[in-house]
Design a protein around this ligand. Sequence first.
Ligand code: SAM
Length: 285
Amino acid sequence: MLSYRHAFHAGNHADVFKHLTLSFLVRALLHKDKPFFYLDTHAGAGRYNLHSEMARKNREHESGISRLWDEPSPPAGIREYLDAVRATNPGRELRWYPGSPRIVRPWLRDPDRMALCELHPNEAHLLAAEFAGDRQVRVEHLDGYQGLKALLPPPERRGLVHIDPAYELKDERKRLLQAVREGYKRWATGIYALWYPIQDRATADDFLRRFKKLEIPKVLLAEFSVLPDEPFRLSGSGMIVINPPWQLEEQLRAALPWLWERLAAGGQGRWRVEWLAGERERGAE
Ligand code: SAM
């Protein structure tokens, strides 16, 4: 039984970090004319009302997107991400926070395609309504790991797979790693972006160790925390990027200090970008 609802967390520091990274990844795909495919295995509802009861419960966006909303001159890179958030808010007021499919959608060109899997019946219903009539978007009420098997490799042969589970099931990390192993076997040239939460450091490190055992050759890691690690509290989150596009490392290194200055609670937490595997395996922080 799925109980997680992303509306409780929409627009928090983890969403900002994840969606900023996604915006870098999808924009890199625009450098070539050839069409691309975007697969979101855990797509959520598509957009979230920050005035809803769920969002108002913990007001997580107040320590995330709300702190950036009125920034007069955000640096290039962050500006494009904020523009994608603004595209969901026609007025001056920040009322809606776009989920990952809505963040990515403005960058799709005519021949590009998007497939969205969502298992929770309510969220799947909202997602289908959000993209009703959009012929470039296919919404599937489906287990995202099944979607990965069914939809890869895509005929376009270029694109991005975003894997962003809720981590509410005990064996989520195991299922995710199995799915990545199989997905990568089917399509080794795609870009994959895997989000994970950071609560206690030991769990995150164990997950990274297990990921490394997949022996995927080119992998960039970025983490962004706004609080010290502590069990049962989301202090930060990470993105594992398989086959990162050229310059993603530099883009993250330029953007994350700016973001951290604005979102970290009194200089707590940290950010890091390093290679988990690849030519620059040593990493450099
Ligand atoms: N990707 C979204 C975004 O960035 O805006 C947020 C996704 S939220 C963290 C995780 C979503 O996965 C929830 O909406 C949940 O209902 C859904 N979910 C959980 N298990 C799933 C599964 N096996 N397959 C597809 N969706 C699943």
